[in-house]
Design a protein around this ligand. Structure first.
Ligand SMILES: CCCCCCCCCCCCC/C=C/C(=O)SCCNC(=O)CCNC(=O)[C@H](O)C(C)(C)COP(=O)(O)OP(=O)(O)OC[C@H]1O[C@@H](n2cnc3c(N)ncnc32)[C@H](O)[C@@H]1OP(=O)(O)O
Ligand SMILES: Cc1cc2nc3c(=O)[nH]c(=O)nc-3n(C[C@H](O)[C@H](O)[C@H](O)COP(=O)(O)OP(=O)(O)OC[C@H]3O[C@@H](n4cnc5c(N)ncnc54)[C@H](O)[C@@H]3O)c2cc1C
Length: 664
């Protein structure tokens, strides 16, 4: 059976050039080549084996992660990998580790919020991993409300130092990844106090552990916060707690790009906005949007391949049963997720561009696009992670009973992914930020300042409030202008409706709180419009390869029309479409599913995932699922012996007791 491709017939149905689609998915030929090389490097190295992860007890699991992370660093240096290659290699190792926070938050926080001198001092140490850092912001009592953090940093002019202190139990830092057992340093967020006066939240570089023996420095209490959701999963990470008892650090360890504290204890604001203290979160939210397409595509790849292998019912005259992927219900659950993975890939690509653009502008002291960048990163992080987490769970259900097995890879993927809905900002809290941005935009309409970027459609508010959908037959829903206008009209009308209701409140904050559920819905509509419009923009590009652009047009249709179908209440309630037009959209959607069907396997092959990275028997490339499931069952430690441990102690006496009862 070895070497047989059970999905070969499926692959023969493909109507487009898969190799070219791989380049589109990766973003460029260069990125594809780097990814492909790094994925194979990891897959072929036994040190990076991960199939035993869910069986390991916490201490072994954690030590194993330390071993892999250290080995990855050794390989990165031996092979002289570039930053891009190293980051890909780490992502294919596919195990949350302290290095994620070191490279993903500690280094960016210093880069974004440190002065040139501070960067010169700290970055070389961090780049060589001579120090290991974490991002210590959240506390036991406050996460979302950053202004509510309680840790204090009081300037002592006598010694030219800050005194970092945890005044209450709830001020204990709680959650930072890499803090519990590994980090030697942290960027710690605390309330700045100068001469008895508070000056808001700022970041400070604080050494936590000795570089000699790794013991916590005097005044520092640090530990892991304990087991988290699921087996394996995020338990490879040492999320930590941290308390300070009047810990002293030199004045120059406050990150001073946004505000400086002078030798005599005065605060000087530079001309950059104070929101830049939140800059690291903007950066990470943008990377999380890119990662969403990866996590969702992994789940979809597993569910699609397995749906083509799995057969249930429908056999006549002893012929084969129906592949479950041919059931329209399966398609209507699976194909929108496949389309969403592609949609998130393209919006992630665009968001990366937006982030680079805003960063360049900030360097030139142009802060005009910061509010939009904040709204886009917050909203798209919220939207894509919510859909991805739900999509992974739906993929598990699409695989029936076998999806519940750890060897399907889906339970662990869900457990490792789902906190993305919470970290880097709770998804509801972030959508409320988008809503604030929308309400501000609506209130400024007509002020002479035309809305730009993702909000520019609001500049056509009068037209969007009055227009009616022109669709007459199902095929009209393939017209990008018809779809875009529908999403724009829905988003604009929902925002305006909220703004009108808000204006009736004498206290706007009270109104905002009262209407917050409606405001979140308006923000979701706006974010979905961004994703749809960026998919259409992608289709404007020159896309080579036989049939590639055509497949992407089909997926774009699936993405937008499934949203229109799912949220038809919004489109109907805002009176843009009629019930008949909603029904035509659904007819067109069904037709598009039929066009996806022969290409489904090739569309997931285009993700180019190795079997190692997928980590799923149900999703393996050759589709040889059943023998692999059978063999995996025998590898479970419970099957090491025929008679289980505990038989003598529990089962035997129980059976004997039943025997005695039966004799009576
Ligand atoms: C298999 C695949 C696996 C994938 C794995 C991926 C791995 C990725 C690694 C990720 C590792 C995760 C590690 C997690 C780390 C963390 O979680 S760090 C902690 C993150 N914490 C948060 O995100 C806290 C959320 N809260 C906030 O961001 C803010 O406080 C707030 C809620 C957004 C604002 O609260 P509020 O009190 O209303 O705000 P103010 O402080 O008063 O500011 C108001 C004005 O500032 C604007 N603003 C807010 N945030 C920003 C920003 N980031 N940038 C720019 N501007 C901002 C806001 O719009 C207001 O503006 P005005 O209206 O103009 O006044
Ligand atoms: C796996 C993981 C890793 C993490 N890593 C780090 C890290 O490295 N560093 C770090 O500093 N932090 C980290 N965090 C913490 C994380 O950033 C916070 O948990 C997150 O920001 C949410 O804050 P919270 O826990 O205070 O939630 P809460 O704000 O307490 O949320 C509880 C509920 O209240 C609702 N809610 C809160 N405020 C509002 C509001 N204004 N309006 C309406 N509803 C509201 C929320 O929607 C949610 O339903 C991590 C968390 C997790 C789970």
């Amino acid at each position: 059976m070895e070497g047989v491709d059970y999905l070969a017939d499926e692959r023969k149905k493909t109507e487009f050039d898969v190799e070219e689609m791989k380049i589109v998915w990766a973003g460029s030929r260069h990125t594809f080549e780097v990814s492909d090389r790094m994925a194979k490097l990891v897959a072929n190295d036994p040190v990076f084996r991960k199939d035993d992860r869910v069986m390991l007890a916490r201490k072994d699991l954690f030590k194993n992660t330390l071993r892999k992370a250290t080995y990855a660093w050794k390989r990165i240096n031996e092979l002289r990998l570039s930053e891009e290659e190293a980051s890909k290699l780490r992502s294919f190792v596919d195990e949350p580790a302290f290095t994620d926070l070191h490279w993903g938050m500690f280094v960016p926080a210093i880069k974004g919020q440190g002065t040139d001198e501070q960067q010169k001092k700290w970055l070389p140490l961090a780049y060589k991993m001579q120090i290991i850092g974490c991002y210590a912001q959240t506390e036991l009592g406050h996460g979302s409300n950053v202004q509510g953090l309680e840790t204090t940093a009081t300037f002592d002019p006598q010694t030219d130092e800050f005194v970092i202190h945890s005044p209450t139990l709830t001020s204990s830092k709680w959650w930072p990844g890499g803090l519990g057992k590994v980090s030697t340093h942290g960027v710690v967020y605390a309330r700045l106090i100068l001469d008895g006066q508070e000056h808001g939240i700022h970041g400070f570089i604080v050494q936590l552990r000795s570089l000699e023996d790794h013991r916590p420095l005097p005044g520092i209490t640090v530990a892991d916060i304990g087991m988290k959701f699921g087996s394996g999963a995020y338990n490879t990470m040492d999320n930590g707690l941290l308390r300070f008892d009047h810990v002293r650090i030199p004045r120059d360890q406050m990150l001073m790009r946004v505000s400086q504290v002078t030798r005599d204890g005065k605060i000087v604001q530079s001309d950059v906005p104070r929101q830049l203290v939140y800059g690291t979160m903007v950066y990470v939210r943008q990377t999380i949007v890119q990662d969403a397409s990866i996590a969702l595509s992994r789940a979809v790849c597993i569910a699609t391949r397995y749906s083509a292998v799995r057969r249930q019912f429908g056999s006549s005259n002893g012929g084969p049963e129906t592949q479950v992927i041919d059931y329209k219900t399966q398609q209507s659950r699976l194909f929108p997720l496949l389309a969403s993975a592609y949609a998130f890939r393209f919006v992630g690509e665009w968001l990366k561009w937006l982030y680079t653009d805003v960063t360049q502008r900030l360097q030139a002291n142009d802060f005009s696009t910061l509010p939009e960048a904040h709204a886009c990163t917050a909203g798209l992080k919220s939207l894509t992670t919510s859909v991805t987490a739900d999509g992974i769970e739906e993929s598990r259900k699409l695989c029936g009973g076998h999806g519940y097995l750890a060897s399907s890879g889906l339970p662990e993927l869900f457990a490792v992914y789902v906190p993305a809905c919470t970290y880097e900002g709770d998804n509801t809290v972030l959508m409320l930020q988008v809503a604030r941005f929308l309400m501000k935009t609506v209130s400024q309409l007509g002020s002479g300042k035309p809305p730009v970027g993702t909000i520019s459609y609001m500049g056509r508010i009068e037209q969007l409030m009055q227009c009616r959908c022109a669709v007459k037959k199902a095929g009209d829903w393939l017209n990008p202008n018809a779809v875009l206008e529908a999403f724009e009209a829905r988003a604009a009308r929902m925002s305006v409706s909220c703004a009108q209701k808000l204006s009736k409140f004498s206290n706007p904050e009270e109104g905002f709180a009262e209407l917050s559920a409606d405001l979140v819905e308006a923000a979701v509509a706006h974010c979905q419009l961004i994703v749809v419009s960026k998919f259409f923009e992608k289709l404007q590009q020159d896309i080579p390869g036989k049939g590639v652009k055509r497949q992407l047009e089909v997926l774009c249709g699936v993405y937008s029309l499934h949203l229109l179908h799912k949220h038809q209440g919004d489109f109907l309630a805002t009176s843009y479409i009629t019930p008949k037009q909603a029904s035509l959209a659904n007819d067109q959607l069904r037709e598009l599913y039929s066009q996806v069907r022969p290409n489904a396997i090739a569309l997931v092959d285009a993700f180019n995932y190795t079997d190692h990275y997928l980590g799923s028997i149900l999703g393996c490339y050759d589709g040889n699922v059943y023998p692999k499931l059978y063999e995996a069952a025998w590898r479970d430690p419970l099957n090491d012996s025929v008679i289980p441990d505990g038989y003598e102690q529990y089962i035997r006496p129980l059976l004997k007791q039943q025997l005695r009862v039966a004799k009576l």
